[in-house]
Ligand binder design. Structure first.
Ligand code: FAD
Length: 404
């Protein structure tokens, strides 16, 4: 009958509430979220919702009846401002407080912003529903958009904007796109894909000046002398974990709130899950912070099991997806540290997979319009099936039969 208080009302929070109720937790569950919308999915914000293919209500992860039927307290517009660990209570900006037996921090992350231009009215990020609605509302006035950062969110937005006939320039500081999350073959593939669709991708560039007038950005100057006129700057340069609450409460933090295998923080009554947490992962020497829906769901289920005294769910390798134009990339595992790659399929027709190996140990797969390779790779990682490089190099057999 423990009282469970969850800070944040996003992907991880709603998953935890749902799993707790489904598995029989009978005590009170309260979600405290600072946003005004009930828990919603973020992935479509830079995809179908931005394109206009998905109505706002379809973003919501649960109908409002869920909260009533399952007796889950949902407090929106409620920002938690402090944790009193000694008295096991949290306080909120509106003056309310909530006592807990177990507290779960599911505060997510926020986009990095550039302080010098954050105040300009045509500079924005894409994290929440309000950002996406603001961007959608101005789409019809836009002719030239500059995207700062060639990561997944920036590239997804670039694809949608280009599909609407808008001129798009992507500025990437690294020598290649997606450098933090994937290998060179995939970076190169997305570079060619976007160029084929008419997006102007500039890698290895440095911005030297943001030119503005009357609180509006008008152009971006690059170190090589180029001057890019723009109607809007979309900043997609990564996120920071929302860990200040935890830090102020004296919980151990690094690049995220540090947790153990059960997602417990340095206070055994407090857990942290989703984008805000830094967790141990099988096969990884260091704790990592992952930013993905599957990770949020996985950790929520781990915490639910711990609270209920049930066995910890089995290992799930990290996975992720992104949609751009008619391409779906699905990733399982983590590519960092790879020494070899094997490519199967046909890059030219846009259906292939890159398998990453650290020496002879399979560590990750990136599959482009190739769900079979993704699923097989994910299964290999989950079950620790010994998949050797030569297995893939020496045969054209479909992946599913190789890993059987
Ligand atoms: P969130 O869903 O961000 O929820 C955290 C909530 O906590 C927020 O509502 C925040 O406002 C609230 N909060 C923070 N501090 C407080 C406080 N002090 N008090 C009260 N509330 C607070 N992942 C994929 O796997 N695939 C994709 O294709 C994909 N696409 C994405 C596209 C976009 C545009 C974005 C922004 C993200 C995308 N992601 C994708 C990432 C994915 O959405 C996140 O990893 C996931 O939402 C993390 O869930 P979370 O619960 O940790 O955080």
């Amino acid at each position: 009958k423990d009282r469970i208080v969850i800070v944040g009302a996003g992907q991880a929070a709603i998953q935890l509430a749902q799993t707790l109720r489904m598995k029989g937790h009978a005590g009170p569950i309260t979600l405290l979220g600072e946003e005004s919308a009930p828990p919603y999915q973020r992935p479509p914000l830079s995809k179908a919702f931005m394109k206009g293919d998905l109505a706002e209500e379809k973003l919501f992860l649960k109908p409002l009846s869920f909260y009533e039927n399952k007796d889950v307290g949902l407090c929106l517009n409620t920002r938690v401002t402090g944790i009193d660990r000694a008295n096991k209570t949290v306080t909120c900006a509106d003056g309310t407080s909530h006592d807990y037996d177990r507290l779960v921090l599911a505060t997510g992350s926020r986009p990095r912003m550039l302080d010098s231009i954050a105040h300009l009215e045509n500079v924005q990020v894409l994290r929440g529903l309000e950002d996406a609605k603001a961007l959608k509302a101005r789409l019809s006035d836009l002719k030239h958009v500059t995207v700062l950062g060639g990561g997944y969110i920036g590239l997804e937005a670039a694809a949608v904007l280009r599909g609407m006939g808008i001129d798009v320039v992507v500025l990437e500081r690294m020598p290649r796109l997606l450098a933090r999350v994937t290998g060179e073959t995939i970076s190169d593939y997305f570079l060619r894909l976007h160029r084929h669709h008419g997006v102007n991708i500039l890698c290895d560039v440095e911005v030297t000046e943001y030119v503005s007038s009357d609180d509006r950005l008008t152009a971006v100057k690059l170190a090589d002398g180029r001057d890019i006129a723009t109607d809007l700057l979309l900043v997609g340069i990564g996120v920071l974990p929302n860990q200040e609450l935890a830090e102020e409460a004296g919980l151990e933090c690094g690049n995220g709130i540090i947790v153990d295998e059960d997602s417990r923080t340095s206070d055994e009554r407090i857990y942290a899950i989703g984008d805000c947490s830094m967790r141990p992962l099988q096969g990884q020497p260091q704790k990592l912070r992952l930013e993905s829906v599957p990770n949020a769901i996985d950790q929520a289920d781990i915490v639910a099991a711990h609270i209920l005294g049930a066995e910890r769910p089995g290992y799930n390798p990290p996975w992720f997806w992104s949609d751009q134009y008619d391409i779906k990339i699905q990733t399982a595992g983590l590519f960092t540290g790879h020494t070899h790659t094997v490519v199967r399929g046909d890059i030219e027709v846009g259906r292939f997979a890159v398998f990453y190996f650290e020496s002879d140990r399979f560590i990750a797969v990136d599959a482009i319009n190739d769900p079979q390779s993704f699923m097989a790779g994910k299964q290999v990682l989950k079950l620790s099936i010994p998949l050797k490089r030569h297995h893939l190099e020496e045969t054209d057999e479909p992946m599913m039969s190789i890993v059987k």
